[in-house]
Design a binder for this molecule. Structure first.
Ligand code: NAI
Ligand code: MG
Length: 349
């Protein structure tokens, strides 16, 4: 059967970069079919709901979901709505409905673009890290939480099945990369980390003996990921640590327009650039679609098990970044010109 991609272009530059990603997918995988639906501010304007029922229904038959961005400018009327009716709440509900527990964020310095990184070129060169963050558990979600008078608490809790399912994603990804996994915890202080470390190690010993696994403390990784990023291949960690480390690592490539992501669960995965809706440049045709196009490559690699075509897209994007850089990269290419350069590079490949 034809694989169905549900696209949710969203707000701001979302529709511009999603159109670019869809054009690339149509070129390399004509057997895919696409269905566009509403999410975010555009959904509020048309239906009053940031995550309308019609969109929720469409997701049931989706094989993968390609998302643009949601949210408006600071002074947008959407921001005076109650919190649960704002664009961002649609996105949170979407992630929850899909049950995507594994957030994958590649951090890559593209060859020839070392100068964009705030790191010294010799440190930035060749950086290629995949951060695998647990997304639905831990301290952000545990219901055992309270604030009362002058005291408050939250609870970090993980179970072995939760640790194993995220570790499996990391080991699986490492098998297709350099075969090295660094598990990040704080096992010198936290019982949760003790369990985490024990379960990750046991899983490796049982099912992934070809993977080289090591364990590092989160505070040490915070220093090393920016002072010596080349030491990492795959990093796997729990929700809170992963949130902070992945934002920290996002400074390395030097533009938000270069950061794709995938969120995986047991059903359809969700693929999106990490940047926002960029209201300051929306509608001008100048947004960098590279992150959205690379997210489409992740969709093929992790969502539809088409890794070879995904690699072709990544190669074409690298080439286009060198030939037709967009404004955020110091170049002059428009969204369309960059996309055309990717399509042309695919033709030549
Ligand atoms: P932003 O990521 O939209 O923009 C930050 C800066 O980076 C802006 O100067 C923007 O022009 C630039 N930029 C971002 N992506 C770019 C691209 N692809 N090409 C060229 N330049 C790019 O973050 P900001 O301004 O804080 O948020 C704007 C809106 O986006 C807000 O409503 C926010 O809530 C929402 N947002 C949505 C996200 C999502 O949909 N996952 C993630 C982050 C923010
Ligand atoms: Mg964050």
């Amino acid at each position: 059967a034809k694989k169905l991609i549900v696209t949710l272009p969203g707000d701001g530059i979302g529709p511009e970069v999603t159109a670019a990603a869809v054009a690339v997918l149509r070129e390399v995988a004509p057997e895919l079919s696409f269905e566009e639906h509403l999410l975010g501010g555009v959904a509020i304007d048309r239906t009053g709901d940031p995550f309308p029922q019609q969109t929720q229904d469409a997701l049931k038959s989706a094989d993968a979901v390609l998302l643009g961005t949601v949210g408006g400018a600071q002074n947008s009327p959407w921001n005076s709505l109650p919190r649960h009716l704002r664009p961002e709440s649609g996105l949170l509900k979407l992630r929850k409905l899909l049950g995507v527990y594994a957030n994958l964020r590649p951090v890559r310095v593209q060859p020839g673009l070392e100068h964009l990184s705030p790191l010294r070129p010799e440190l930035a060169r060749g950086v290629d890290i995949l951060i695998v963050r647990e997304l639905l558990g831990g301290i952000y979600f545990d219901a055992d939480r309270k604030i009362e008078g002058s005291a408050a608490y939250n609870t970090m809790r993980y179970t072995t099945p939760e640790v194993e399912r995220i570790a499996k994603v990391a080991f699986w990804a490492a098998e297709q990369r350099k075969g090295r996994v660094t598990s990040v915890d704080k096992a010198n202080v936290l019982e949760v980390s003790e369990l985490w470390r024990r379960d990750v190690t046991a899983l490796r010993d049982r099912d992934y003996r070809s993977i080289h696994l090591n364990h590092e403390y989160v505070d040490s990784v915070a220093m090393l990921i920016v002072s010596n990023p080349s030491r990492y291949d795959v990093i796997v960690t729990e929700n809170l640590f992963g949130d902070i480390l992945s934002d920290l690592a996002a400074v390395i490539p030097g533009s938000l327009g270069l950061m794709p992501s995938a969120s995986l669960g047991d059903g359809a995965g969700l693929f999106e650039p990490i940047h926002g809706s960029a209201p300051d440049i929306a509608g001008q045709g100048v947004a960098n679609p590279a992150a959205a196009i690379m997210s489409a490559a992740m969709l093929l690699r992790h969502g539809l098990d088409m890794p070879h075509i995904a690699a072709k897209i990544d190669g074409a994007v690298s080439q286009a970044l060198r030939e037709k850089p967009t404004r955020d990269l110091g170049g002059t290419a428009s969204t369309q010109e960059f996309t055309d350069a990717v399509l042309k590079a695919l033709d030549r490949a």
